[in-house]
Ligand binder design. Structure first.
Ligand code: NAD
Length: 494
């Protein structure tokens, strides 16, 4: 069946709904779903009004405080999380299709990355829901027994980015619910389809109000939610600018805010790196999901002894990447997410060319063929000999644009790598694991990869960002607060 005649298009016949107080609502205000694959309007999605937000938060608060959810055990919550996993499992093809159409992600990327991460998150947090450990400490007197308890905040708002609409939403939702909170999810305005579709599959599995899904813009729905007095905790995954705005907006409310933000992640390649595997990981780390991954290895620093060889082989490998229809199983890269982002990426490319920020080795020109010129596709673009202070080597482009910069000594590479306000991820390639350990210790980033890119254990070993890349805890811990309880065993003795 060709993409254009696929039966899954019927999913777009109905307006994608919001979920408030257990009810799916799609008969109010809507916005268009525009596919970046061909710039066509393919459907509609509900948008929350001010009244919707107030009604939804009131229902969520009630569900958290006095509904059945508040009486459920971790085991009960775990069972529901596994039912949600079953619902996703039996609709995998639909999710692949929706992400491809809505955000331009290749179906294979959704199949082999976004869906497994989503399903693993549900089973992992189902386990954690049943195993929330407190501690007990000696407190300096035998008369007092201490124990700590991990407790939910109550109503937790999760604001999602657009680059992983399904997996970021499922991962965060699973942790919020496992911790015993109720979840209010605001998907990104340009990528709300998959999570609202999920809401329609699982609305009946949860007591009313335990999961709320409110699509809408950041400046309206997002800002109303972050500042809502009945939202007890705010978690946001997005850009540094939005993170700073949310901190400003919520400052007077003294509520817990956790931020998972952007990165401009250095990939350091030493002279003794194994060339074949380093190339494979570096290309994937830079161009998977068209570079729209917070931990993408977007600035590559190469030691002078292998610089020429690495650059020519890297460019040859990049030119072999298949870019095209995200519905086509053979494509590694689809389009970027939408028009505004497409224009922003082009501004960086044009400015780098105009200001001679480096040597353009591949990409950097628009597609002219019939299919890709009609969508928001950008060629994988590589600039070499880029000074580490250039705009394209410093700012997060969040697209398929990579800079290559040579260095002589490791200290120089570390100074370049750490000379950034970002500190999300970093990597080093070398066959000398002692040297790798020294470099890893010196890198200022929340996660460091040695001889690979991307972390396989994001659930078991969740990482936050250093510096401007994040604030607050990560994983399930961020959705829990600690209560210390002190019991005097012999109350008559002081
Ligand atoms: P963004 O900051 O534009 O938007 C993120 C979310 O915030 C959206 O849902 C948006 O509607 C909402 N928002 C915007 N303004 C708001 C406001 N004033 N109040 C409340 N909500 C508001 O980010 P994006 O472009 O959607 O995502 C890309 C960014 O996310 C990149 O910087 C990327 O690195 C980062 N990211 C980080 C991680 C991580 O785990 N650290 C993961 C994925 C993406």
């Amino acid at each position: 069946m060709s993409p254009e005649t696929s039966g899954y298009w019927e999913l777009f016949d109905k307006t994608f709904p919001m979920l408030i107080d257990g009810k799916l609502i799609n008969d109010g205000e809507t916005t268009d779903v525009v596919s970046p694959r061909d710039k066509k309007v393919v459907g509609k999605i509900a948008v929350a009004s001010k009244d919707d937000v107030n009604r939804a938060v009131a229902a969520a608060k009630k569900a958290g405080e006095s509904g059945p959810w508040s009486k459920m055990t971790g085991q009960d919550r775990a069972k529901i999380l596994m039912q949600i996993a079953d619902a996703i499992s039996s609709h995998q093809k639909e999710f692949e299709f929706l992400e491809a159409i809505d955000v331009g992600k290749p179906v294979t990327g959704v199949r082999y990355s976004d869906l497994p991460i989503s399903l693993d998150s549900l089973s992992y947090f189902a386990g954690r829901a049943q195993d929330l450990a407190g501690t007990s400490k000696e407190v300096g007197t035998a008369d007092v027994f201490h124990r700590s308890r991990l407790e939910p905040f109550g109503t937790v708002l999760e604001v999602l980015p657009w680059n992983g609409p399904l997996w970021t939403g499922v991962q965060r939702m699973a942790a919020i619910l496992a911790a015993g909170n109720v979840a209010v999810i605001k998907p990104a305005e340009i990528a709300s389809v998959s999570f609202t579709y999920l809401a329609s599959l699982i609305a009946d599995l949860l007591p009313a109000g335990v999961l709320t899904v409110l699509p809408g813009s950041g400046s309206k729905v997002g800002a109303q939610l972050t500042t809502h007095p009945d939202i007890d905790m705010v978690s946001l995954t997005g850009s540094v600018e939005t993170g700073a705005q949310v901190l400003r907006d919520t400052a007077h409310q003294i509520k817990t805010v956790s931020l998972e933000l952007g990165g401009k992640n250095p990939n350091i390649i030493l002279n003794d790196a194994d060339m074949d595997s380093t190339l494979m990981w570096s290309v994937m780390g830079a161009f998977a999901n068209s570079g729209q991954i917070c931990v993408s290895g977007s600035r590559i620093l190469i030691q002078r002894g292998i610089y020429e060889e690495f650059v020519s082989r890297f460019v040859a490998d990049v030119e072999k990447l298949s870019v095209g229809d995200p519905l086509d199983e053979s494509n590694f890269m689809g389009s970027v997410v939408g028009e505004t982002h497409f224009k922003k990426i082009w501004e960086y490319i044009d400015s780098a060319i105009a200001n001679k920020q480096g040597k353009l080795l591949t990409g950097g020109t628009p597609y002219t063929d019939d299919f890709r010129s009609k969508g928001w596709f950008i060629k994988p673009t590589v600039f070499a000999d880029v000074a580490s202070t250039c705009e394209i080597a410093c700012e997060e482009i969040f697209g398929p644009v990579v800079t290559l910069t040579p260095f002589d000594e490791i200290d120089e590479a570390l100074a370049i790598a750490n000379g950034s306000n970002f500190g999300l991820s970093a990597g080093v390639f070398t066959q000398d694991l002692n040297r790798a350990a020294v470099v890893a210790n010196a890198l200022q980033a929340g996660q460091v990869y040695i001889n690979q890119w991307f972390a396989p254990g994001v659930l078991q070993a969740p990482s936050g960002g250093y510096k401007h890349s994040g604030l607050g805890a990560v994983g399930i811990e961020k959705y829990l607060q600690t209560k210390n309880i002190f019991t005097r065993i012999n109350p008559t003795r002081i």
